[in-house]
Design a protein around this ligand. Sequence first.
Ligand code: AMP
Ligand code: ZN
Length: 471
Amino acid sequence: MHKNQLVFFNTLTRKKEKFNPINPGKIRMYTCGPTVYDYAHIGNFRAFIFEDLVKRWLEYLGFEVFHVMNITDVDDKTIKRSKKQKISFKKFTNFYTKAFFEDLESLNIKLANCYPRATEHIPEMVDLIESLLSKGFAYKSKEKSFYFSIRKFDKYGKLSKIKIDKLKLGKRIKADEYEKDQVQDFVLWKAWVAKDGEVFWETKLGKGRPGWHIECSAMSMKYLGKTFDIHCGGVDNIFPHHENEIAQSEAATGQKFVNYWLHNEHLLVEGCKMSKKMGNYYTLRDLIKKDIDPKAIRLLLLSTHYRAQLNFTFEGLESASRAIERLRNFLRRLQETDGQSCNKEIEKKIEIVKKDFCDALNDDLNVSVMLAVLFDFIREINNLLDENLIRREDAEKIIDVMKGFDSVLGIIGDLDKCSLPKEAEILIKEREEARKNKNWSKSDKIRKKLKNMGIILEDTPHGIRWYLKKS
Ligand code: AMP
Ligand code: ZN
């Protein structure tokens, strides 16, 4: 289904490119996972939801996707934070790993095929570093750490387009994260120092722990091979993390590491990147505590094109919440309609909406166009529903199309939630009875009771209509 028209913007070439998988039967995709030193914030979830969209879209098009997401359970931040909180390292990272999986479920993010943990892949990392040493791309420093020599890898900078500053050649950086003005030899293996405490491995490279970047090279290539199709992450990962992943992997294998690099822009708060460092963040749990529907958070994070920055506001969340209400009410109406007339245009309308939906997402996941297509369609069909012009069998076809769309969006979920609770059905019947008997005060009381249950009634020429509305 329109598989051949899929186009992605590739950070490597800074161009939109037609997507040509290595093996059309199975796409191999790697996404950088969370560093489990705290609850992930909703900026992180913008990245994970974007990646979920990439995968769901490929699946909608009929591709099979093998998706790997790592868990960074050892790095500078996990060690520092667990020490500060005086919790054993393993217990600390396990706690936040578990929380991460709970959050994935709340946000209806599909699970990857595999979640390798860094701490369970130390031998693979050591092997990779040894291979870099034997090929002359790595060296040991006086303090017994190992570094990657960027001047030995002449393609260094091909992803971030960074220029190597000749003055800084030979200088080294040991931190996992650093800025562009610190283009320097980066660490592969950190020799143990007292502040690492209980966190170390005794290996052929000596006592120590891996650097952050080598984790992703070793784990992605273990599960996906030397060359794979797609690698995603936020734009902050382009440099140094992904640049370094390319350097380590391609220097070791002599082969191209990844064909398509996809990066999402940041979620901002008042113009600044949402981040732990700035303290301007909300975790998913912060928002759920405020009684915000996680599906609205999901839609908000999805609804701006992934390559555009998105400013987080509560008004934005409110309008995402209203859009979901509209979708649910639409499906509920379709579930109930039993129009008599036959509308010959329906088949045609379905074909058009499916094509437009597909064209929009095939164009580098253009969600803004896709959502406009979707809500125009809903408006058109709602007008026909108002006129009682949708037959049962047509409604079923539309519901099927909507289910297909939701397999990509993941914002409606269980269709049963769109229908009326039994208790409310009884109340509506009682109210109709009261109205027939002109018992207006009883009818009003029931209307108020339903309103408190989040159900709004509307009396129309075709009978009573109801909407689900969050109070
Ligand atoms: P981390 O746990 O810090 O390694 O981040 C996990 C993912 O979230 C990475 O792909 C980051 O690039 C991404 N990320 C971090 N902050 C933001 C943000 N404010 N907006 C969008 N993505 C982000
Ligand atoms: Zn990574």
